[in-house]
Design a binder for this molecule. Structure first.
Ligand SMILES: [Zn+2]
Length: 343
């Protein structure tokens, strides 16, 4: 007479046998052994249960046998899933070429940023990305741009709802927001570059974007002069543009420097001879710079007159446009792979 132990043994045996089954032939043999319509083990068990007299016995063993059948079916289909080819006679053609996954690469602006960071890092500058969500004090007030100062009109600002301890929050309009933060944190001598994104509410055209990439740089020490500024600019620009460029300073206005300058580089496309890129002047406008305004040092809490320093802020997109001869700023963030994949 059939027993519960025998039914359990059937499952155990099935599991062990499947584990050592490797070929489709073995699998099919085993399947017939269990599920065969006439001589299968399960059929035999069900048949012998049918002939039992004791109704209670019949019911218990019947339930066990049904469970065993289900469990074995699951074991068999698991084996089939694992050995996918078992369910089909198709054999994969291993000589077919595979499908290569698309491999991305670093965005050209990021490449340029990393190149610049390496150059400045080698010259002893620390690198800080800083926060993109800033409060008005660090973005404007501390940099000598008080409320209602006309300079704020130059930087159409995205204001963000909520405040930072009572101070309005903005998306930083320049990476200069880190100047006073770093000055408060470190004592001079101080050399730092701040690469990152900045945001302005611009009407977008071939040379304006609402999100752009800047690199702020500044040096604070005793006796820093314009000579130091031009040295660092000339060295950095020559390295990144891979040619010996000249740097020219023209007076320019930025509230956080005094005196302030627009710095031009000699055109690398025509070596200063005049071409379309430099609008036939031989010079290309590169960045704004100057000597750090005493008000900025006061914001940082430095002793008046003790330190001097220079600061510059360059647009990475403008630099990339010059370096790679690109005429439309919108290409950088347009997401067109035909453009991006050229770098
Ligand atoms: Zn030129």
């Amino acid at each position: 007479m059939i027993t519960a132990d025998q039914i359990q043994a059937l499952i155990n045996h099935g599991r062990t046998a499947l584990a050592s089954t490797e070929t489709v032939e073995q699998f099919e043999q085993l399947r017939d052994h269990y599920f065969g319509r006439k001589q299968g083990e399960l059929v035999k068990i069900l048949r012998s249960i049918q002939h039992l007299d004791n109704v209670e016995h019949k019911r218990q063993l019947g339930a066990l046998a049904n469970n065993a059948k289900q469990e074995l079916q699951q074991l068999f289909s698991a084996w089939q899933n694992q050995h996918h080819h078992a369910s089909t006679t198709l054999v994969p053609d291993v000589t077919l070429p595979g499908i290569w996954p698309t491999v991305g690469h670093v965005h050209p602006l990021r490449q340029l940023q990393e190149e610049l960071v390496d150059i400045f890092y080698a010259m002893g500058f620390m690198v800080m990305e800083g926060n993109e969500l800033e409060n008005e004090l660090y973005c404007f007030e501390y940099l000598n741009i008080p409320p209602h100062h006309p300079a704020r009109d130059l930087q159409d600002t995205f204001y963000v709802s909520g405040d930072d301890q009572g101070v309005k929050r903005v998306l930083r309009t320049h990476t200069s927001n880190m100047q006073v933060r770093l000055m408060q944190q470190y004592t001079p001598p101080l050399r730092a570059v701040v690469p990152g994104r900045a945001f302005r509410n611009e009407a977008i055209d071939a040379s304006h974007e609402h999100t752009f990439y800047q690199m702020e740089g500044f040096v604070v020490d005793e006796n820093i002069s314009l000579g130091n500024l031009t040295y660092f600019l000339k060295t950095a620009m020559s390295r990144v543009l891979q040619s010996d460029v000249q740097v020219r300073l023209r007076p320019g206005y930025f509230p956080y420097v005094e005196p302030g300058f627009e710095a031009d580089c000699s055109c690398t496309h025509c070596a200063g001879q005049g071409c379309a890129v430099c609008k036939y002047t031989g010079w290309v406008e590169m960045l704004g710079c100057g000597l750090i305004h005493p008000t900025v040092f006061a914001s940082a809490g430095y002793e008046p007159g003790k330190y001097t320093g220079f600061a510059f802020g360059m647009g990475l997109m403008r630099l990339a446009m010059l370096k790679y001869n690109i005429d439309d700023i919108r290409l950088f963030m347009g997401g067109d792979f035909r453009f991006i994949d050229q770098f």
